[in-house]
Design a protein around this ligand. Structure first.
Ligand SMILES: NC(=O)c1ccc[n+]([C@@H]2O[C@H](COP(=O)([O-])OP(=O)(O)OC[C@H]3O[C@@H](n4cnc5c(N)ncnc54)[C@H](O)[C@@H]3O)[C@@H](O)[C@H]2O)c1
Length: 248
């Protein structure tokens, strides 16, 4: 019960990392709101869980306005914001379209701006934790994923600005980013189908130590809890040295 009674919003909660984190937060006593754009998948996974659900497109400002008003009306506050929803698409800078770039930036970076913009006011009275899912790719060049990596770098940068702002305001809100390498989820399995030359299709068996959604959930729980009270603005790698000692 490390986050007992805390109100937590988890985006992209219908599968993968978001689902694992939502389950972990529920198990540790939080009042969890699971949000996702995929209404059907969300309803299916939440049916057996003690959580509320919210259908939300993280790239849409109107959805965040509706979400923050709903949180205010139902809980009066927010303690934990886990910005996780994202999409992965391949595209090199000289081949990808502007539309590709804008879509990736909208879903993966605008989303974190909008979430923070509309949810921070709900967190400032009591303090809280904002946890942003970035990626090890934010810290390196990956030509096949120019827009994805740029969006994840924007998430990292916004994390630092938010952390410093909250420190200056002494509002008790902390903001940190998580940087995994490949996680064993459908996101990677689906992209592997489009990139047979780069990624083994049987991803889970091709890498001896592969990050699991629960590995991220363990770190997210620590960052969400008061145990990490002095950790603010950090970029936490969860990659078994991949970032400090490439190649993967
Ligand atoms: N899987 C990896 O290898 C990996 C590595 C590093 C970082 N990450 C990051 O971890 C996070 C979770 O990744 P995952 O592997 O669980 O992904 P996933 O594709 O398995 O799940 C993503 C979830 O987000 C939802 N979603 C997508 N677009 C949305 C939108 N516009 N609004 C609301 N919900 C939306 C999807 O419906 C899905 O349920 C992402 O931020 C991803 O970039 C993943």
């Amino acid at each position: 019960m490390r986050i007992k009674n805390k109100v937590a919003l988890v985006t992209g909660a219908a599968r993968g990392v978001g689902l694992a984190v939502a389950k972990r937060f529920i198990a540790e006593g939080a009042r969890v709101v699971m949000a996702d754009i995929n209404e059907q998948a969300l309803a299916a996974v939440a049916a057996d869980l003690d959580a509320q659900t919210l259908v939300l497109d993280v790239a849409e400002e109107a959805d965040w306005q509706r979400c923050s008003a709903w949180l205010e009306a139902n809980f009066g506050k927010l303690d934990i914001l886990f910005n996780n929803a994202a999409i992965l698409r391949a595209g090199m800078v000289d081949q990808a379209s502007l539309q590709h770039w804008r879509q990736l930036m909208a879903v993966n970076a605008d989303s974190v701006f909008l979430a923070t913009h509309y949810c921070l006011p709900l967190m400032e009275a009591d303090g809280g934790a904002i946890i942003n899912m970035s990626s090890s790719s934010a810290l390196m060049g990956m030509p096949e994923f120019c827009a994805y990596t740029a969006a994840k770098s924007a998430v990292r940068s916004l994390t630092m600005s938010t952390a410093v702002l909250c420190k200056q305001r002494k509002n008790g809100v902390r903001c940190n980013s998580i940087h995994p390498d490949g996680i064993n989820t459908d996101m990677v399995r689906e992209i592997a189908m489009t990139l047979p030359q780069h990624v083994d299709k049987d991803y889970s068996r091709s890498i001896p130590f592969v990050c699991q959604p629960d590995d991220v959930a363990n770190l997210a729980l620590f960052l969400a809890s008061d145990e990490s009270r002095h950790i603010n603005g950090a970029a936490l790698n969860i990659d078994n040295t991949a970032t400090i000692h490439p190649p993967y």
